[in-house]
Design a protein around this ligand. Structure first.
Ligand SMILES: Cc1cc2nc3c(=O)[nH]c(=O)nc-3n(C[C@H](O)[C@H](O)[C@H](O)COP(=O)(O)O)c2cc1C
Length: 415
């Protein structure tokens, strides 16, 4: 059986901002190997099957190749995304606080692979310890022998900056992050052009999640096949699942990608609180289709969860037990989305606000049948009318709660 916390969160790697301790645990070996042959790195990441762990599961090599293909004479940026503001997601903060050099090394290798010269660690300002730890770690790294050797291969040093995000949830969306790094309010941009062509100040920009980047050094050090073998079945690598809600042992669990949901909740998480029955799981954060007990067998990897019409997202799994009201939960999450909507797209701002009003009404026993019907209609009208995924996420969780728990909605109506 494969073990918990086997790679990224292995106790040996959790040395905080202590570069010597990181190097003593074979840190730096991935970068040293990468420096031998930077041109092979995109192909290696493709063979390894690394996918973006910030929510989309997008193949990493595709974005890397797009940035690598941009003219070498231009500045290129890497934004290491540590905005992490979605309810139920708390993995990047563990990486940033406990193993920052793992992330810095991964980001450095990503830069080497793509011709990037400016690296930005973009971190939620509410995570004060993460910011502080990362600043110390970056200062150590800049003065290190590894940084000198990298500069020698590139003919000039890489630039590393730690930039607090604005702290808005929306600021984690990739084009909003670009705006934020430029010093503006994080309004998402329309696409195309994609960040690989037109990102920070118009320069080619790669955006990867902190967990995605943390994997890179291990792939280069141990090889693509090793990484594939860390996952179960067709899935590659490990995933840090953020287990929370009505579960005995909540927390971040690093497990093989493809671990069944049942194992995460019962074997590792100790089961549902007070021995209650499982009712639902908000998966990948509260912006996806809800999983129910019949999905307990689903392997937690991007493709398998998608086959159940949901999404692995960030790997957040919020457990709901029998007896917990779904309407209230969904109402709270939609409130969050309504507050988080940046206001740039009217259907998103007014749509999430309207849904939150209707849910509030129903949850407090003031709702009528017509309100329920309005919710159903909004689920048809709204999707696809926002620039980013925020509105679609809010609608998805609502729609799936209506699908699975319509009886509960009906019971909550005013009679
Ligand atoms: C509203 C919204 C918020 C997001 N917040 C984050 C975030 O906090 N961190 C993150 O890595 N990705 C976030 N994303 C996903 C990013 O847009 C982007 O896909 C990701 O950073 C790319 O990294 P990856 O390919 O390594 O996953 C968010 C997306 C949306 C629509």
């Amino acid at each position: 059986m494969k073990h918990l916390n086997q790679v990224l969160l292995h106790p040996n790697n959790r040395v905080g901002a202590d570069l010597d301790a990181w190097l003593a645990q074979a840190g730096g070996k991935g970068l040293q190997a990468a420096l031998q042959d930077p041109s092979s790195l995109v192909g290696l990441i493709e063979k390894a099957g690394l996918r973006g762990l910030g929510g989309s599961g997008f193949p990493v090599h595709v974005k890397w190749a797009a940035v690598a293909a941009q003219k070498a004479s231009r500045d290129k940026y890497l934004i290491c995304n540590g905005n992490e503001d979605e309810p139920g997601t708390f993995k990047d903060r563990v990486l940033l606080e406990e193993t920052p050099h793992q992330v810095i090394e991964g980001a450095t290798i990503a830069a080497l692979a793509t011709g990037i010269n400016r690296i930005v660690f973009y971190i939620n300002p509410d995570l004060e310890n993460c910011l502080e730890t990362m600043r110390r770690a970056v200062a150590q790294w800049k003065g290190s022998d590894l940084a000198k050797r990298t500069a020698a291969v590139l003919d000039k040093p890489l630039e590393y900056r730690v930039v607090p995000s604005s702290g808005h949830y929306i600021g984690g969306e990739e084009t909003a992050a670009i705006e934020s790094v430029e010093g503006k309010f994080p309004f998402p941009r329309g696409k195309p052009p994609y960040p690989a062509e037109y990102g920070v100040h118009g320069h080619p920009t790669l955006i990867n999640n902190m967990e995605t980047l943390a994997n890179v050094t291990h792939i280069v050090r141990n090889g693509a096949e090793w990484f594939r073998n860390q996952g179960i079945g067709e899935a590659s690598g490990t995933k840090i699942f953020c287990l929370s809600g009505d579960v005995l042992k909540p927390g971040p669990y690093e497990l093989p990608m493809g671990t069944p949901l049942k194992d995460l909740i019962y074997k590792y998480g100790g089961g549902v609180l007070l021995g209650k029955e499982l009712k639902a799981v908000f998966t990948g954060g509260p912006s996806n289709t809800i999983l129910t007990p019949k999905d307990l067998d689903v392997p937690l990897d991007f493709d398998s969860v998608r086959e159940r019409r949901s999404s692995l997202g960030t790997g957040a799994m919020i457990v709901i037990s029998e007896g917990t009201g779904i309407v209230k939960r969904v109402s709270e999450y939609v409130d969050f989305f309504a507050h988080s909507s940046c206001g740039q797209c009217p259907p998103c701002k007014t749509g999430t606000y309207y849904i939150s009003q209707l849910l509030g009404k129903i949850d407090t026993g003031q709702g009528r049948q017509a309100d329920l019907e309005s919710l159903v209609n909004l689920c048809e009208i709204l999707p696809g009318s926002g620039r980013c995924h925020l509105l679609d996420g809010a609608v998805k969780v609502l729609e799936s709660s209506l699908y699975h728990f319509m009886d509960e909605y009906k019971q909550a109506l005013k009679t």
